[in-house]
Design a protein around this ligand. Structure first.
Ligand SMILES: NC(=O)c1ccc[n+]([C@@H]2O[C@H](COP(=O)([O-])OP(=O)(O)OC[C@H]3O[C@@H](n4cnc5c(N)ncnc54)[C@H](OP(=O)(O)O)[C@@H]3O)[C@@H](O)[C@H]2O)c1
Length: 275
């Protein structure tokens, strides 16, 4: 199977690395094009056999399945470039949430899917969010599902849930890393624990937490109950968190959704402009 990647930035290169690490794709099965060629060349050096197309047109002419790993505002340029070279038997996969499937189905004759990956796929873990377009056959769906099952746990979602699901699965690692860093920094400020030790302690704890939740048989709820014995220190800490954390996560979700609505509008306007 030959698969194309338009855009080898952060997420394009993470996906390529994950498919190769999982032995799901060989470098020879991958064709890439990136606006700044040096990024693609760096990948080719890392994975000899991986091919670099001369441009996006050439890439779509060589690949039955291709990924659009570009930012929302970059879609119009790429779609203009490829639209006359794409056929109805190809599958185009967007990894970008604010570009609607119905818009992509208007731009391209291809079968469309939206699959939102997460940085967690760099370690072949976490969910990928799968939203099939209307033209995909059962076989196409299975092909995409199996591809992503090699590097993640694919989760079928409705397109109208893509933002909130991305907040949890894709932004989540950054949000949680931020909270953990704040916890470590507070420890340093309150007790003069060396910062290196504080960061190491929260990092190792997080690795263990992942294990407890994935293979240790715990849920988020049962883990809190297990650690927080009545009257103990953890119970007091949890009570304080419950009382004081306030609406910060509600605000966070409202904020991501406001930005998402603005991004959708920006993409829609770029699609309506004459070129
Ligand atoms: N980062 C994440 O964790 C994550 C998770 C899920 C989904 N996503 C989505 O994935 C998309 C890409 O994000 P990213 O973080 O990978 O962004 P990124 O690092 O900026 O990568 C985008 C890449 O696209 C390339 N590009 C731009 N225009 C192009 C064109 N006309 N032809 C070929 N290549 C072109 C850029 O090339 P240059 O080298 O010239 O800039 C850049 O390497 C975003 O829409 C984001 O929402 C990201």
């Amino acid at each position: 199977m030959t698969i194309g990647f338009i855009g080898t930035g952060s997420m394009g290169s993470t996906l390529i690395q994950a498919f190769i690490d999982a032995k799901r794709l060989a470098p020879e099965e991958i064709v890439v094009y990136n606006r700044t060629r040096s990024k693609a060349e760096k990948l080719q050096k890392q994975y000899p056999g991986l091919r670099i197309a001369a441009n996006n047109r050439e890439l779509v002419q060589q690949t039955p399945i291709f990924f659009l790993c570009i930012k929302p505002h970059e879609f119009r340029t790429v779609l203009d470039e490829i639209k006359d070279h794409v056929h109805d038997d190809q599958i185009a996969v967007s990894i970008t949430s604010p570009v609607m499937i119905r818009d992509l189905e208007e731009w391209l004759p291809a079968k469309i899917a939206k699959i939102i990956p997460s940085i967690t796929q760099a370690v072949l873990s976490g969910n990928s969010l799968v939203i099939p377009g209307t033209r995909l056959s059962e076989t196409d769906r299975n092909t995409l599902w199996n591809l992503f099952a090699a590097i993640s746990r694919p989760l079928l979602i409705e397109e109208n849930h893509v933002r909130i699901a991305s907040d949890l699965a894709c932004c989540g690692p950054a949000f949680m890393a931020n909270l953990l860093e704040k916890l470590a920094d507070a420890a340093v400020e309150e007790t003069q624990l060396p910062r290196e030790q504080a960061l190491s302690l929260v990092t190792q704890m997080t690795e263990g937490l992942g294990g407890l939740l994935s293979v240790g048989g715990f849920t988020l709820q049962s883990l809190q109950e297990r650690v927080a014995v009545p009257g103990g220190i953890t119970r007091k800490g949890l009570d304080l968190l419950d009382a004081e954390i306030g609406p910060v996560f509600h605000d966070l979700i409202r904020l991501t959704h406001t930005k998402y609505a603005a991004d959708i509008q920006q993409v829609k306007s770029s699609f309506q402009t004459e070129k």
